[in-house]
Write a protein that binds this ligand. Sequence first.
Ligand SMILES: Cc1cc2nc3c(=O)[nH]c(=O)nc-3n(C[C@H](O)[C@H](O)[C@H](O)COP(=O)(O)OP(=O)(O)OC[C@H]3O[C@@H](n4cnc5c(N)ncnc54)[C@H](O)[C@@H]3O)c2cc1C
Length: 552
Amino acid sequence: MFTQAPPQLGNQYRDDPLLGGWLRRTLPVDVYRKLEEELDELGRLAGGDLYRLQLADRLNEPVLTQWDAWGRRIDEIEVTPLWREAARLTAQHGLVATAYERQHGRYARIEQFAKVYLFHPSTDVYTCPLAMTDGAARTLLETGVRELIDRAVPRLTSRDPATCWTSGQWMTETTGGSDVGRTETRAVADGEHWRLFGRKWFTSAVTSQMALTLARPDNNPPGGKGLAMFYVELRDAEGRLNGLRVDRLKDKLGTRKVPTAELTLDGMLATLIGQPRNGTRAIEPMLGVTRMWNSICAAAFMRRGVALARAYATRREAFGERLDQLPLHVDTLAMLEAETWGAFLMAFQLVELHGKLEAGEIDDEERALLRLVTPLTKLATGKQAVATVSEVVESFGGAGYIEDTGLPQLLRDTQVLPIWEGTTNVLSLDALLRADFHAGLAALLGRISTAVFGLNDMRLAAAGRQAMAAVERAALWMDSGQDDEVLQAGARRLALSLSRALQLCLLCEHGQWLLDEERDERGLAAALRFARQPVDLMHDVDPALDRVLLGP
Ligand SMILES: Cc1cc2nc3c(=O)[nH]c(=O)nc-3n(C[C@H](O)[C@H](O)[C@H](O)COP(=O)(O)OP(=O)(O)OC[C@H]3O[C@@H](n4cnc5c(N)ncnc54)[C@H](O)[C@@H]3O)c2cc1C
């Protein structure tokens, strides 16, 4: 009887020429050599034991037990076996710690995220609590509040699985996740501390030991400025809940291994961090970090999907040929590969800039670029990941739709990436309407023209000029006196055009390096293929016509 051959995953580090090549280009030789051994180990795990465990663990989900046998409220959550293994491995490999040990200065973030990139797709989104843990450590360090830093940061950045902590971020309420200024949770002063009363509507990784959250001190004005940032620990030293109830775990489309809860805060003891106002500003470092995680995880899911699709294409036959010999299937896979390269390079550029910022080695232009590309990278890679993984599912035909191949879960888990940490629209507006947008745009143009200037290959130079032209046209549109409604309506297309132009430029730059240094034409092929896909997405906006279309 005929049986289908499942796709085989190999070592996810060795099988990914993009990651290795980019690291060789970016890191000093000694740093690269030192890191490579660990990446090799993680790549082996990610394509081997962890991947097998993930498939075997498919039906397990976290379980919330609200009461014990004697009527005590306990709200304990048991996570899945893979999550327990992931917690151990990520601590040992320092998936958060590497960024704070900073053994190699500004390269620390690159080292960290190379590991995250390999680890993420085989661990059922355990990267969600890790991202918030990293964000919380960064945010606490920026506040300068010594007592909290001394208590929490060593635990958040520990490599010891037995004692390390993870953190949550509790912002979204029923009134809004994008519009956090409408937060209803009250903060009431209680001696040196505060008590929080309210309902947090989406709190992922509620198994964490601590969280950073927003609440409104009584008598503060409405809006984001009237909110303050608080530090909370979920349980006391005896393990009793700290004035909170876990009402239920969400029944979600994807990320089902992540225990995302609805919480009631009923007098939760909290410590105010900094001033009793401007909390939305105070928590911004958290978002800068979690958006970077989101971007790398998007590229990592794309890489996993394409790795599976390519592996399958070498084994499955149709019409007497292997799929990888059929021209249209090859065309489809090449498109996915090029998108993956673009997303990867943009995400790792963000990481590189972040590393420079934290090491104090960033100049003004790079700082402006970092501020602009943080929302752009998150939004662009999130969209690319969903489109790519959806196409990957189709590339398996009917098998892609079957649960125990693991492919539907990959698509469902990917679908969260454009939603949490800011939706595509919200981030597009965030990028476009911020006061320093023009400084960011100038820095982006500068970055692209420097890259284009260094391109010797004629084909890459032409593609680089295409990227430049897209950014120039977007800049022109911004400066042509559009009214606010038109600007808002066009923000997503503008954000995506800038992002795709940057990706194309980074592809050309990397393609040139691969040609020059490693005589490898894959980067050239990725850049030229990407250039043939839509880059400049700008077109005229007519909000009045859209209203006609949506009207009664
Ligand atoms: C699995 C999961 C886990 C989560 N975990 C957490 C967590 O741990 N902590 C936490 O705080 N939150 C968490 N969230 C919440 C998440 O961050 C929010 O759902 C998200 O930010 C969107 O907010 P919202 O749900 O209120 O949507 P809304 O803000 O109501 O958005 C609805 C739609 O309107 C669009 N929109 C909103 N404003 C504008 C505008 N001005 N212009 C144009 N379009 C607009 C949005 O793009 C979106 O498409 C989680 C969400 C999910 C799905």
